[in-house]
Design a protein around this ligand. Sequence first.
Ligand code: KIV
Ligand code: NA
Length: 264
Amino acid sequence: IKRITTETIRSMKSKEKITMLTAYDFTIAQMVDAGGVDAILVGDSASNVMAGHETTLPITLDQMIYHAQSVVRAAKKALVVVDLPFGSYQSDPQRALDSSVRIMKESGAHAVKLEGGIEIEKSIKRIINAGIPVMGHLGLTPQSIYQFGTYKVRAKEEAEAEKLMSDAKLLEELGAFSVVMEKIPAQLAKKVTENISIPTIGIGAGPHCDGQVLVVHDMLGMTHEFKPKFLRQYLNLYDEITKAVNNYVADVKSVNFPNENEQY
Ligand code: KIV
Ligand code: NA
């Protein structure tokens, strides 16, 4: 199998839609890779999905590296991108580079993702100068949730839409290989996609982006009672797994498991 590279992702713009899903552990990453996605995101959404935190803020760099190591062991074809967690890059460019180097060295991942535009310009430059590919992330950037105060759609107003467009152009200029746009109007996502030469990957950003990304536990219906409008659920594993556990409990209680073939 030929490995997808950041150059593959770049070259897919306006030729073929790019597919990305998150994964945080070996077993799911194996299935996501086998299912044929182009890229796997070791997202800091692990903070919510894996650890049960309310926001992405608490997850640490060490924890992100642990998740990334597990995913890298599983991914044979997909490009593996890892989120820089909150606090690991915002203070200064050297810190941002050191955190990125740790991710690359200790996990073997292929690229990092950071939230923001102009605010972190120098950090992005520093990381890219070190030869580490960067994916941007604009729009609803969950590490800023306490500034936003809500997980509602971003950039509906002109000023924020204009900033997003200029941040996207800046990311392109700095040499980012692609940019995630989260929860913004479809028409704005279309305009940005048409105005930059690097691929846009949308989540809740409409069909005009060059690619799509979802949190894998959300699209598999494992995360309970999380159903934003943009989410398509391909399975309802919450119910399936709960039922399976239920059946196991009933079988053990009734001494139906193990049976004569399930013992030595
Ligand atoms: O952490 C994450 O899962 C993400 C995606 C939603 C883009 O950043
Ligand atoms: Na993230």
